[in-house]
Design a protein around this ligand. Structure first.
Ligand SMILES: [Zn+2]
Length: 448
């Protein structure tokens, strides 16, 4: 273990970032920072002022996306400004930001920074875990390079042979006959799902895949229809279709033996958006429905197992369900709560907070305010805006809060709620089915 010598408390830093849109764990950046701080406290590590490095924009997950918090962190490691670092959810970095993780692990080793981690099964304080993660991330960066080489070659071959078909039909992402997952292609499948859920059109997705020369399973170019077929196919969520049905008589999904590319929730969200009775295919409307269908996304946590609870359609109803249902037993936890009453309850509480709002006081708080990236970092954040009071700009406070709140667009309401609360925990069911029980819900407001 890399615990610091006793009696010595080296300056420690924290890194956390906004979750990727398809991440099981949709905890907010605040919540992630909090769990790093809890870990630090429990291990006698003192987090240095101005050493909380955070990336709050989803762009951090894009290959060339801005990652100001990350760059500041690397600079701090390289200049030896911190000697201990607590990283939130290193597994997600290994999966989706492999190059970043490789650089951090190497740089930390070179500069003698002791690593710790929270948020997932990985423990960066354990050299064996570090080695495994480094291997995986290194392989991922290599295979990404190999994919781009292989896809160029595949295109050349297809073009030379003058054939639109690459031989045997096989579903994109898998060996023929729903065989082994093809890692590079399954990554593209996940990308298609997440980009669609982020509001991109089928045309934009197809055209970008073609620009990057990613071939289809037939070695041809992507069309709007080809992207649609990926989004609509239950197989990518591991669901089997039998006689046109995806569910068994008891209403549960029929599951295939193959490894899924995406979670059932993502597939259901996509299906809801693409359903003829669902939202219109118009980009703006579609995006707004997706983002706002679940007002409390990123805020809700299962009090039993600590996983985030994510918006899901269960038996045709909007629910928040514990994300651990997607892991294997014994970790499985089936906790869920109906979305409508739950959201109404939280909004009622939020209105109460807004009625007592003291805007001048709130924006004068060092932790909040309308901070700029280059603002003084005395509040403990490394020059990155972690939360801004602008989330409640334009939202009526005081006696009229209750009248105005329902008229605020859902997107703004969701932002305001994420500003008002650090986390909302959902406890066990205490009443009979179908009866809403506010006693299950623990609202943890952000300390203001
Ligand atoms: Zn749970």
């Amino acid at each position: 273990m890399d615990d610091p010598p006793s009696g010595l408390l080296p300056a420690a830093g924290i890194y956390c970032c906004v979750p990727r849109i398809d991440d099981h764990d949709q905890s907010t950046v605040d919540r992630r920072e909090l769990r790093c701080r809890d870990y630090a406290r429990a291990h006698g590590i003192e987090v240095a002022p101005a050493a909380v490095y955070a990336d709050t924009a989803r762009a951090v997950w894009k290959p060339e996306g801005a990652r100001p918090g990350w760059m500041a962190l690397l600079a701090a490691v390289e200049r030896r400004r911190i000697r201990v670092l607590i990283v939130d959810s290193p597994g997600a970095l290994a999966r989706h930001r492999a190059g970043d993780l490789v650089r951090l692990l190497r740089s930390s080793a070179r500069h003698g920074v002791a690593l710790h981690s929270v948020g997932d099964m990985w423990n960066l304080a354990d050299p064996a875990h570090r080695r495994t993660l480094l291997d995986r991330a290194t392989n991922a960066t290599r295979s990404a390079q190999a994919v781009s080489r292989a896809s160029r070659t595949a295109h050349q071959h297809a073009a030379l042979a003058g054939r639109p078909h690459g031989g045997g039909r096989r579903p994109f992402g898998y060996e023929a006959g729903m065989g082994a997952l093809i890692p590079a292609e399954s990554k593209v499948v996940r990308e298609i799902f997440s980009r669609f859920l982020e509001g991109e059109t089928l045309r934009a997705i197809a055209s970008d895949l073609n620009v990057r020369e990613v071939p289809t399973s037939l070695g041809s170019v992507w069309t709007v229809g080809g992207v649609a077929r990926v989004l609509d196919a239950p197989r990518y969520a591991g669901i089997r279709v039998f006689r046109g049905q995806v569910r068994a008589g008891d209403g549960t999904y029929l599951l295939g033996a193959w490894e899924p590319c995406v979670g059932i929730e993502e597939w259901e969200q996509v299906r809801a958006l693409r359903s003829p009775h669902g939202p219109t295919p118009d980009d703006g409307a579609r995006e707004s429905v997706q983002r706002h269908e679940y007002l409390l996304t990123g805020l809700v946590e299962c009090a039993a197992c600590g996983h985030s609870m994510v918006g899901s359609i269960v038996g045709g109803y909007r629910m928040y369900a514990c994300a651990s249902t997607r892991t294997q037993p014994p970790e499985q936890c089936a906790r869920s709560i109906g979305a409508a009453s739950f959201e109404a309850h939280v909004q009622q509480d939020a209105v109460r907070i807004l009625q007592d709002w003291d805007g001048a006081r709130v924006s004068s708080l060092p932790m909040v305010g309308h901070r700029h990236p280059d603002a003084p970092t005395g509040a403990g954040h490394a020059g990155v805006v972690v939360r801004s009071a602008s989330a409640v700009d334009g939202i009526a406070t005081g006696p009229d809060a209750g009248i105005h709140w329902p008229r605020v667009p859902l997107r703004r309401r969701a932002e305001a709620l994420r500003f008002l609360y650090t986390v909302i925990r959902v406890g066990p069911k205490t009443t009979s089915r179908g009866v809403f029980d506010p006693g299950r819900i623990a609202l943890i407001p952000h300390p203001l």
